[in-house]
Ligand binder design. Structure first.
Ligand code: AKG
Ligand code: FE2
Length: 206
């Protein structure tokens, strides 16, 4: 794959913070959270150095491959567990530092998603999982191709959906009750596009 020079194509958004003031949730976008130079460097290294895996998810009575690649990293558990997750790399730790500075929160795990092209995406879901409690704070960083991040209220269908193009180097924080009341997706697209990497920092219970 010839991806390396292509990073020049990715534009960061204009610098600015936007509070989306959604009902039943908190949603904050910071464009240009990482500048173009930092974003290009992280994009290249994460793309090539990460050991990406297929993710198989249960779907009714079958198991299907998710249309994206993933990698999960987590701080070393205090208690040794059987399945040792990968620890955060130096790059991931540096990115986390910036995220923690911004949010004044701490995170002990990060999920990386790689959307290889427009056929990759993520279907409607919210991020509640057994290990992160009912209202997890999700801190999301994007590098590479701009993809639409769409949110909809789970119960009040009259509330308009929110559509946010997440640009190279942007940061999005979902907090408060967002994950109880809203779900989100990254729709597939027929456009010819380059890969996008998304990182979601999380707090998981050990
Ligand atoms: O790629 C994104 O922006 C969102 C990823 C996501 O929703 C997830 O990993 O739970
Ligand atoms: Fe999600």
């Amino acid at each position: 794959m010839m991806l390396f020079d292509d990073a020049e194509l990715f534009m960061c958004g204009t610098k600015g913070t936007k509070d989306f003031e959604i009902p039943d949730g908190e949603l904050l976008l910071v464009e240009n959270f990482f500048n173009k130079k930092e974003s290009d460097a992280y994009y290249h290294r994460l793309l090539t150095d990460t050991v990406w895996s297929e993710y198989e998810m249960p779907m009714y009575d079958k198991v299907v491959k998710a249309p994206r690649m993933i990698a999960w990293f987590e701080d070393k558990a205090d208690v040794q567990n059987e399945k040792k997750p990968m620890e955060l790399t130096e790059d991931l730790k540096k990115i986390r530092e910036r995220v923690e500075q911004q949010t004044q929160l701490t995170f002990n795990a990060v999920l990386l998603n790689l959307y290889r092209n427009g056929n990759d995406g993520v279907a409607w879901h919210s991020d509640k999982t057994g290990r992160s409690g009912i209202n997890p704070v999700i801190a999301s960083v994007t590098f590479g191709e701009t993809r639409i991040f769409r949110l909809r209220h789970k119960f009040r269908k009259e509330i308009p959906q929110v559509e946010i193009p997440l640009h190279h180097g942007s940061f999005l924080l979902m907090s408060g009750t967002t994950n109880s009341f809203w779900e989100h997706q990254v729709p597939k697209t027929a456009r010819k596009i380059l890969p996008r990497i998304n990182l979601t920092f999380r707090r998981v219970l050990k």
